[in-house]
Write a protein that binds this ligand. Structure first.
Ligand code: ATR
Length: 276
């Protein structure tokens, strides 16, 4: 039960009904016996700025942002952290003591932490499929982890070129037809598109030239075992599913708003999966 002194946070999106964040944060609140609540906030785009600005007046500690607000937030918050700036998206907003808003990006941490916990701490060559918003966070995470050669494979070349231009260097673009070249010698393969997600077509990819020692991960977590991960596992690659990326990205926000460091463990995974 929450009291009149409960600390408040939430997730703003449009729509927001699909978000697993309320489940994750309220699980942690209960675990830590914190007097607090994390609520879904359905905010339409035209009222987003008004809603975000109201957080301080309402006494919120902050919010997570999801589609379509992550990019708009760049122009609304008072301060951006380095990662939000580099990714070009804000997924976590912290209301500071003076009422100002700080925009952060914890998707970068979520992606890297998921791989680190699975045993992959660094590498040289990473091949990523897709050039959208998720790809941007993955690229910054890979740069942070020390990958020096990032290859982007995308259906639309122009989109990949635009993405590559916004990062300084170290990004090579490949057309889908050149997938064999893009996978040759890679240490890691990442799917950043929604292909393979429930209700979407599968990601069709020939892994022939991917080294057997390479790691394969997917940002899609519903289903947990995507066709890509199954295919990679069958040929002997080490695989990492995408669920813990979601769980780890939630952790820095929780700590900033509620003051406790939460744990990502098997019980939380099971609890969150029961909803997917
Ligand atoms: P997100 O923010 O989740 O990354 P997005 O910005 O819409 O979503 O990006 C989606 C990515 O998935 C893009 O790289 C897109 O390729 P295009 O740039 O060619 O559109 C890719 N994608 C989506 N559907 C696809 C499909 N059917 N085949 C190949 N790529 C697809």
């Amino acid at each position: 039960m929450i009291s009149g002194k409960a600390k408040l946070a939430g997730v703003m999106g449009w729509p927001v009904g699909h978000s697993l964040s309320p489940r994750i944060h309220n699980y942690w609140l209960q675990q830590h016996r914190i007097d607090g609540a994390y609520v879904p906030l359905v905010v339409e785009p035209v009222r987003f700025e008004q809603a975000l600005r109201a957080l301080s007046a309402l006494g919120f500690q902050g919010v997570n942002l999801t589609v379509p607000h992550k990019e708009t937030a760049l122009f609304v918050v008072d301060r951006l952290d380095n990662l939000a700036q580099r990714v070009g998206a804000v997924n976590t907003v912290v209301v500071r003591k003076d009422g100002s808003l700080e925009g952060r990006n914890t998707d970068v941490f979520g992606f890297a932490e998921n791989l680190r916990n699975a045993g992959l701490t660094t590498g040289d060559i990473a091949t990523i499929i897709g050039a959208g918003g998720a790809a941007r966070a993955v690229i910054v995470a890979l740069q942070e982890m020390g990958f020096t050669n990032i290859r982007v494979v995308n259906r639309t070349r122009e989109r990949a070129e635009k993405l590559s231009k916004s990062f300084s260097d170290g990004i090579q673009i490949f057309d889908e037809a050149k997938i064999n070249e893009a996978l040759d010698g890679a240490d890691l393969l990442v799917n950043t598109t929604s292909l393979g997600m429930v209700g979407e077509p599968p990601l069709k990819i020939d892994l022939l030239s991917l080294p057997r020692e390479a790691w394969v991960t997917d940002v899609v977590y519903a289903p947990l075992m995507t066709d890509l991960l199954k295919q990679a596992q069958q040929r002997g690659n080490k695989i990492v599913d995408g669920l813990n990326m979601l769980l780890h990205q939630a952790s820095p926000g929780f700590e900033a708003w509620f003051g406790a460091k939460p744990e990502v463990n098997e019980n939380l995974r099971r609890f969150v999966l029961a909803e997917t």
